[in-house]
Design a protein around this ligand. Structure first.
Ligand SMILES: Cc1cc2nc3c(=O)[nH]c(=O)nc-3n(C[C@H](O)[C@H](O)[C@H](O)COP(=O)(O)OP(=O)(O)OC[C@H]3O[C@@H](n4cnc5c(N)ncnc54)[C@H](O)[C@@H]3O)c2cc1C
Length: 415
């Protein structure tokens, strides 16, 4: 093994001389077998599994900005599988299992920390929903249970579980396999793996139109020229409806900003992820010691990614209801990303009425955790021309048929 002296580390930090690029830049080819629009976790995972699982390598991932610049680089990185519907539980469980192996699969440390995920109940209705979720979870072999206030206090001593709290904690849904991950590392790891398998990643390449003829996709127009292709995947999350419109396919989504914030680092004291649906807040502590806070989406549809003072004031008030001892912590920054919300809080995946145009959208506030399973399933759709069973319930046609997969009770704030 080559030794790294402090001097060499310092020099390489400045010059990057001995650190090869994780993915390469390429000329845009005039045609690709598959064009994936969106270089977030979903688009990159799809490209990776197309190449590695199915040997389909003449693939381009196009992003109008840099990879990970959308929700994939802005999320709060919570991974869990304790959803409410059997379809949702099976789907997210597969993703969690892929995440557990991902560092080894990609030979890239994605820093998945399974520290547990706890959703607090402040009233009887919440406790009832959590018991329901725990039962659905257990039936599918997911580690998920309802615990009482003592169990909550034992795991998170800083929480106020007294009767005098304004929002008393009556119990919680506890999900030990849940946790947090390093989101940038996931994006970079998939990009590196896809690139090594022959995929072309084109940053700063914006799709401005999708060409069709006789009900089939024939190509995409970009700010760098036109690409001929018979297969296009829309993996653009917050831009899902505008990109699908280019192919003439209407998406039942509305786009909302979602904000989050992070504090200065402090000594580790929070060993699990905490969510309060009633207070619209969640918090985790990163390996660096920062507290990461999030909430539900802004109350109006918009493409703005500006943070607001109103959000921070509301968030801080709710955090202090839960943990009054955080009153002196300083916030370092806040940010926002775009979320494409569907009517049933479940994704829209697979084929569309336009032949060759597939979608992997509707990820709302909870799609980062679904990146691996979505990439795997969409790659299988393309390679086999069939919809794998694991995403069979998430097709676009469900909205016309009224077959909704209602996940609001488990997906609204919990991410
Ligand atoms: C603040 C916040 C917190 C969140 N927390 C969590 C969480 O804890 N857990 C969780 O599971 N999920 C969470 N999410 C949701 C999660 O971030 C998204 O669902 C997920 O990242 C979507 O990934 P994606 O690959 O589909 O899309 P994105 O990562 O958004 O990528 C889409 C890409 O498409 C590109 N694009 C758009 N239009 C075009 C075009 N015309 N041409 C070319 N490229 C284009 C964009 O530049 C972008 O890079 C959160 C989101 C936010 C904003």
């Amino acid at each position: 093994m080559r030794g790294y002296s402090a001097w060499r580390l310092f020099r390489n930090g400045l010059t990057h001389r001995e650190w090869p690029a994780a993915w390469r830049a390429h000329e845009l080819r005039p045609s690709y077998d598959v064009v994936i629009i969106g270089g977030g976790v979903h688009g990159l995972a799809t490209a990776y599994y197309l190449a590695v699982n199915h040997g389909i390598r003449n693939v381009a991932v196009l992003d109008k900005s840099y990879i990970g610049s959308g929700g994939s680089g802005r999320n709060t990185a919570i991974i869990r599988s304790n959803y409410l519907t059997p379809e949702g539980v099976a789907f997210y469980d597969r993703s969690l299992r892929l995440y557990q192996q991902l560092s080894a699969t990609l030979n890239f440390n994605v820093m998945f920390s399974q520290r547990g995920h706890m959703t607090l109940a402040h009233n009887d209705t919440s406790l009832r929903t959590m018991t329901w979720r725990a039962e659905v979870n257990k039936l599918q072999d997911i580690d998920s249970k309802v615990i009482g206030p003592d169990g909550v206090k034992r795991r998170v001593p800083y929480l106020d579980v007294s009767d005098g709290a304004r929002y008393p904690i009556l119990g919680a849904l506890y999900h030990p396999p849940g946790g947090i991950i390093r989101h940038d590392a996931v994006v970079w790891g998939y990009a590196r793996g896809a690139d090594a398998a022959g995929v072309h990643i084109h940053q700063e390449t914006e799709v401005t139109g999708i060409e069709t003829a006789g009900g089939k996709v024939t190509g995409v127009r970009t700010n760098r020229g036109t690409i001929a292709t018979g297969t296009v995947v829309n993996s653009t999350a917050g831009w899902a409806s505008t990109v699908s419109d280019m192919a003439g396919v209407a998406m039942p989504v509305q786009t909302f900003p979602l904000q989050a914030a992070v504090t200065e680092p402090v000594r580790p004291f929070l060993g699990t992820v905490i969510v309060s649906g009633s207070l619209h807040v969640y918090v985790s502590q990163t390996d660096r010691g920062e507290l990461v806070f999030g909430a539900s989406v802004d109350p109006f549809a918009s493409y703005s990614t500006r943070g607001s003072l109103e959000f921070i004031e509301g968030l801080a008030g709710h955090v202090l209801e839960l943990m009054p001892s955080l009153a002196k912590m300083r916030l370092l920054r806040q940010w926002a990303g775009l979320c494409d919300m569907t009517p049933d809080y479940s994704p829209i995946m697979g084929f569309t009425p336009v032949e060759g145009f597939l979608v992997d959208v509707g990820w709302g506030t909870y799609g980062f955790k679904a990146g691996p399973v979505s990439g795997e399933a969409i790659a299988e759709c393309i390679a086999t021309s069939r919809t794998p069973q694991i995403i069979g319930s998430f097709g676009l046609e469900r909205f016309a048929k009224g077959d909704l997969v209602g996940e609001k009770g488990a997906a609204a704030v919990g991410h």
